[in-house]
Design a binder for this molecule. Structure first.
Ligand SMILES: [Zn+2]
Length: 120
């Protein structure tokens, strides 16, 4: 991949990382705060536990995404960015534009998802 393109994707990934960290902190704090705001009856409590789990689920997805972004940044450093880690073919740039942290080409991704190896 050309230097200028790599830099372009690096900036994209850095921006994404900053946004994810911010979102994670926010959601995490919201989930922690739930139900910690005074007296509540058992219906409130059930509702809060329900909400807390939904929020923590979202936190988990963001945390996973953040991990993928970090890995992509490392691949940029190692000059292996934009190459499918499964078949070592170049990943379509349109796909990278849409998913800058993509590890797999479209073919490998659908195959791995079908086999339930990956979620994202
Ligand atoms: Zn592949």
């Amino acid at each position: 991949m050309e230097e200028s393109k790599r830099e372009y994707f690096r900036q994209k990934l850095l921006k994404m990382r900053a946004e994810l960290i911010e979102a994670l902190n926010k959601k995490y704090n919201e989930a922690i705060d739930l139900g910690n705001d005074g007296i509540q009856d058992s219906a409130d409590e059930a509702y809060n536990i329900y909400n807390k789990n939904i929020m923590l689920g979202k936190v988990e997805t963001d945390a996973l995404k953040l991990q993928l972004v970090e890995q992509a940044l490392r691949r940029i450093q190692n000059d292996t960015y934009g190459v499918c880690i499964e078949c070592e073919e170049e990943i379509n740039e349109k796909r990278l534009e849409y998913v800058p942290f993509a590890r797999y080409c479209t073919d490998c991704k659908s195959e791995l998802e079908r086999r339930g190896v990956i979620k994202m």
